[in-house]
Design a protein around this ligand. Structure first.
Ligand code: COA
Length: 165
């Protein structure tokens, strides 16, 4: 339940500096060592499916999605998802995920993959990728590699390395 007036907006180029500062505060320099970053550094996130959360003019959260492929299948990589510490535990993160998935589906995307905690992302429909079905370009705890189908059966028959698209 939100107890703050929240606006979810499509990301624009003007948001880049504020989002970078939020990532720096949240993840620190360690963010560049994450396996998901190996993908993100090779591909630009898609502004049309990336969103910011604001209270008034203050940017308090961000979710970015980037085009990738799992084997030959087109998909989106979700992340980073970040909420300003003072605004956590108020539904901002889930609101950003829901909006991004809704918009991605509306734009015809069928699969979203991420590296994260299943207890959190499971609420938005993400499920663990069965072991061996998809591989990231570096070490990842297999239990944290999650996928959401935006169309029934979209993950059926999909397998292979996860690469930038
Ligand atoms: C993870 C994060 C985005 C959650 O944002 P948020 O706005 O606080 O999340 P919400 O308010 O939508 O959801 C809060 C709920 O999720 C739970 N939750 C938060 N992080 C969780 C996690 N890692 N695993 C399981 N549950 C989690 C909270 O306990 C809370 O549960 P409740 O609804 O039962 O009280 C935020 O904590 C954050 O920015 N963390 C640092 C960056 C990060 O780890 N990002 C994700 C990886 S890219």
């Amino acid at each position: 339940m939100n107890d703050i007036a929240l606006t979810i907006l499509q990301e624009t180029p003007a948001d880049a500096a504020a989002i970078e500062r939020l990532h720096e505060r949240t993840f620190g320099p360690g963010r560049f060592a994450k396996t998901a970053y190996r993908l993100r550094e090779q591909v630009t996130h898609s502004l049309d499916v990336s969103f910011t959360a604001r209270t008034g003019t203050l940017l308090v959260g961000s979710v970015r999605l980037s085009p990738i492929r799992i084997g030959t299948a087109k998909a989106l990589l979700l992340g980073p998802l970040t909420v300003e510490p003072a605004f956590r535990e108020r539904g901002v993160g889930q609101a950003l995920i829901e909006r991004a998935l809704k918009e991605a589906k509306a734009k015809g995307h069928k699969l979203v993959i991420l590296v994260g905690d299943e207890p959190y992302y499971g609420k938005a429909g993400f499920m663990p990728v069965p072991p061996g079905r998809a591989s990231m370009p570096g070490p990842v705890d297999p239990a944290r590699l999650l996928v959401a189908e935006l169309a029934d059966g979209a993950f059926d028959g999909v397998s292979g390395p996860i690469k930038p698209d």
